[in-house]
Design a binder for this molecule. Structure first.
Ligand SMILES: Nc1ncnc2c1ncn2[C@@H]1O[C@H](COP(=O)(O)OP(=O)(O)O)[C@@H](O)[C@H]1O
Ligand SMILES: [Mg+2]
Length: 232
């Protein structure tokens, strides 16, 4: 299997006043093509920091990171090269859908293709295909304000898939949804793995862990296999 994400002994230290906080301390994690991995850990354990580093939105202090065959750390790429990598290779999904409020569902998805310089017609067709596949065929022309929270998040998943990324990074994508709608969103991400996308999801939702190929946790700045037990 080819890894679409390889995080190798990464460290990230923050300084808070005089205090030095080693949030990540030799964390290693690989996600293969077609694999969906859950990342768990208590609040403040560094899950979002790890995702930002995987998405080239933050830099580690030490270690190595490779995304879709491109070594992004410790190599130094200029910001335009990193932007191109994010656009082409990585899809992001966050807790809130953050759709552009004055664009329709279809236009929100088209935008991602557009920014990647796809021809208008191709971007439009891809957006409609994706939305139809994700069960939003009736919602092409709806503004986000007319969509439920679950529908908005499905549009966000379509947007993340628009550029056929190798890797999807999702930070608590179901936190604002009820159990059934949260599960639907995770099922869409699971569906994407069938075409070879690797998916890393920060989640607290233990009810949907059966959808994942693997569950890992952050404990003391390191990645450990399985669900870590806290306290006690
Ligand atoms: N840019 C930053 N500057 C200083 N401290 C930060 C920064 N980002 C995160 N932290 C701290 O790092 C720790 C881990 O944060 P985060 O990765 O957001 O955790 P999680 O997503 O697991 O809740 C927290 O203590 C947080 O306050
Ligand atoms: Mg977080």
């Amino acid at each position: 299997m080819t890894a679409v994400l390889d995080i190798d002994r990464v460290s990230r230290v923050f300084h808070n006043g005089g205090e030095r906080i080693a949030v990540l301390d030799g964390a290693s994690l690989a996600v293969d093509a077609g694999e969906m991995v859950a990342l768990k850990g208590p609040s403040g354990s560094g899950k979002s920091t790890l995702l930002l580093i995987a998405g080239a939105l933050d830099r580690p202090d030490d270690g190595a990171v490779t995304v879709a065959g491109t070594r992004i750390f410790p190599d130094r790429h200029a910001e335009p090269a990193l932007r191109a990598l994010r656009r082409r290779a990585i899809g992001f999904v966050f807790q809130k859908a953050n759709l552009v409020p004055f664009l329709t569902a279809a236009e929100n998805v088209e935008l991602a293709r557009f920014i990647d310089a796809a021809p208008r017609g191709e971007a439009k067709a891809r957006a409609r295909d994706l939305l139809a596949t994700l069960g939003l065929g009736e919602r092409f022309d709806s503004l986000p304000s007319r969509l439920s929270g679950g529908e908005q998040q499905r549009v966000a998943v379509a947007r993340a898939l628009a550029n056929q990324p190798a890797l999807i990074l999702a930070d608590e994508p179901t936190a604002a949804l009820d159990g059934a709608r949260g599960r639907q969103v995770l099922e869409l991400l699971k569906g994407a793995t069938k075409s070879g996308v690797g998916v890393l999801v920060v989640t607290h939702d233990d009810r949907a862990l059966d959808l994942f190929d693997r569950v890992v946790s952050i404990a003391d700045g390191k990645i450990v296999a399985g669900t870590e037990r806290y306290g006690g």
